[in-house]
Ligand binder design. Structure first.
Ligand code: GSH
Length: 206
């Protein structure tokens, strides 16, 4: 049995929830109050979350942490979303590592700045993040410009789940989406079962 711990504000948790939902994998979901002090979270969550963060996935009681690593586990074990083929899985892993260091290292911070006016993200730091986002989203746009449906090709994979985790919140970060990225996000949101993180990861899912 799978059990996911998450929160609707977390693009990292969204990546995993989206993968499980679109692949129609049965799982339990527990909402974690990530705005509350860490020590107030449930004992089950605390005992399994090595870094005290969501997402955490329990698979038969074994904890898996770090969103992209969880995605690799799900795909490989269940042979879904790219895990059916070793070469596709390798291409997915490359995009997952790229995401963690690129989109995942500017867009969550830009969103935090716009949403919470994060005081540590100002001036030159803010400009650096904006430049970084422009570059990173450009790389993604160029990759999608050949007309492929999803980032690896015609198949929706864990790489799409990872890359869209925070791009789904681009409006809140008040950044632009180039045309091929916007069209790709729209194809993702047309997948059966897709919901915005605010619905999919809510305390009491709609
Ligand atoms: N690198 C981690 C990032 C996870 C993360 O930053 N989680 C945040 C929410 S987006 C969290 O749990 N924050 C609450 C806390 O740190 O107490 C991943 O990919 O899973």
């Amino acid at each position: 049995m799978l059990k996911l711990f998450g929160h609707q504000e977390s693009g990292h948790a969204f990546k995993v929830k989206l993968a499980l939902t679109i692949a129609n994998v049965e799982h339990q979901y527990e909402w974690v109050d990530i705005e509350a002090p860490r020590e107030s979270r449930s004992l089950e969550f605390r005992s399994h979350s090595r870094f005290s963060e969501v997402p955490v996935l329990l698979d038969d009681g074994q904890p898996y942490v770090q969103s992209n690593s969880i995605l690799l586990h799900i795909a490989r074990k269940l042979k879904i979303l790219g895990g059916e083929d070793a070469v596709v899985m390798q291409r997915c892993a490359e995009w997952l590592f790229w995401e963690a260091n690129k989109i995942g290292m500017c867009l969550p911070q830009l969103r935090a700045f716009k949403k919470h006016n994060a005081p540590e993200i100002q001036g030159e730091t803010l400009q650096w993040l904006l430049n970084r986002y422009d570059h990173d989203v450009g790389v993604l746009n160029d990759a999608l410009a050949d007309g492929r449906d999803f980032i690896i090709g015609s198949q929706f994979t864990i790489a799409d789940c990872s890359l869209c985790g925070y791009l789904t919140f681009a409006d809140e970060a008040e950044v632009d989406l180039p045309p091929f990225v916007e069209a790709w996000l729209s194809r993702i949101s047309s997948q059966k079962g897709w919901k915005h993180p605010y619905g999919l990861l809510a305390k009491s899912p709609a």
